[in-house]
Design a protein around this ligand. Structure first.
Ligand code: AQP
Length: 334
């Protein structure tokens, strides 16, 4: 395990669609907050997105788009290592090894596998099944102490911890066993039309999600159409009022207010007024990000330079871990 002056963070986002408000509040927003205190590595996990069929040209474009969004959300490419997963082959190499230390039963229990295989029943490929092994490899290669993720990735992170501990028990201390960093608010933003379901960037119904770079008019329209519940009170009650609770949660996370403060603020308001206030707060939060994103997305030279530099710095760390693993399990090293 390498010596580190600061604790290390690793996290990634799949370029599987336009990043949503859920991705922002559950993950990206916190990435930027953590960058001063930690040694941070943020990856565009393009190999993960292959578990679902992608249009090649769109996938390439979206990989740049995630990188540009990292920067637009405030990540400094000098301070942090920003790179694309497929640029560092050690991710796939370690995934093979870790796959030999992960049980079929463990992978079969993963909620995301169950959800995605029912959603993509025509393409239940083995990559979808072994997705958490590649994720474990992403994290363990860098000996990350902390992994900022939304609530949906918690189960995968627990599996990563189990695999790391199993490996360490057999071969001696090799991997740092990472802790999840799950935000208190915003860890699970729900779909606007179907608030029992998580907001997802690959959702076919565009009214279900707000994209981070969406135009204000479109954001406001989607909030206007957002599903609410019976009754008229603006109170947080996930079981009986999932639609209003989701909107309260969005408003609270975006404005930095507590849930009870939001309930108080809107105690005399109607649903319609509240929905518009949520829309306004989201537009105010996302507008500077969209402006910054538009400034940099077409500058491919700038983005490629960051990617080359990021891959080089990531490779340096990853290759050391992989070498240590190969030696410990008995592979010949020249
Ligand atoms: N709805 C959400 N609320 C809070 N956090 C969320 N995250 C995703 N959806 C929400 C967090 O965003 C990070 C990046 O996610 P990912 O790209 O690794 O894939 P995902 O978790 O499968 O996210 P999506 O948007 O649902 O993608 P698709 O549609 O491709 O499956 C993670 O930290 C995640 O927790």
């Amino acid at each position: 395990m390498g010596d580190k002056a600061k604790k290390r963070i690793f996290s990634g986002v799949q370029p599987s669609g336009h990043l949503t408000l859920g991705n922002y509040l559950g993950a990206l927003k916190n990435f930027a907050i953590l960058q001063d205190e930690y040694d941070c590595i943020y990856c565009v996990v393009d190999l993960h997105s292959l578990t679902v069929r992608q249009n090649p040209e769109e996938l390439r474009q979206r990989s740049y788009s995630v990188l540009a969004l990292y920067i637009a959300c405030g990540l400094d490419p000098e301070k942090n290592i920003l790179f694309i997963q497929s640029h560092v082959p050690a991710h796939s190499e370690l995934a093979w090894v870790l796959g030999c230390y992960t049980y079929m039963g463990e992978l079969g229990r993963m909620t995301q596998f169950k959800e995605k295989s029912s959603k993509h029943s025509e393409n239940i490929n083995s990559g979808l099944f072994t997705y958490p092994v590649l994720m474990a490899s992403d994290i363990l290669l860098y000996n990350a102490d902390l992994v900022p993720v939304g609530d949906d990735q918690k189960q995968h992170l627990e599996l990563t911890r189990d695999v790391a501990q199993r490996f360490n028990n057999i071969y001696g201390e090799t991997f740092v066993v990472p802790e999840p960093y799950i935000p208190k608010q915003g860890a699970r933003i729900m779909s606007l039309q179907d608030p029992e379901k998580k907001m997802s960037k690959s959702d076919e119904n565009k009214n279900n999600f707000i994209s981070i770079i969406e135009e204000p008019n479109s954001i406001m329209k989607k909030f206007k159409k957002a599903v609410t519940d019976s009754g008229a009170e603006i109170i947080y009650d996930e079981a009986n009022k999932p639609g209003i609770s989701n909107l309260i949660s969005i408003y609270a996370t975006v404005t930095g207010k507590a849930i009870h403060e939001v309930e108080k603020e809107f105690e005399n308001s109607r649903y319609g007024e509240f929905k518009m206030a949520v829309g306004d707060a989201v537009v105010a939060k996302l507008t500077p990000i969209r402006i910054k994103y538009n400034e940099i997305i077409s500058d491919k030279d700038y983005l490629d330079k960051i990617l080359r530099n990021g891959a080089e710095r990531a490779e340096e760390i990853a290759s050391k871990t992989l070498d240590e693993v190969y030696r410990k399990i008995g592979l010949v090293r020249p």
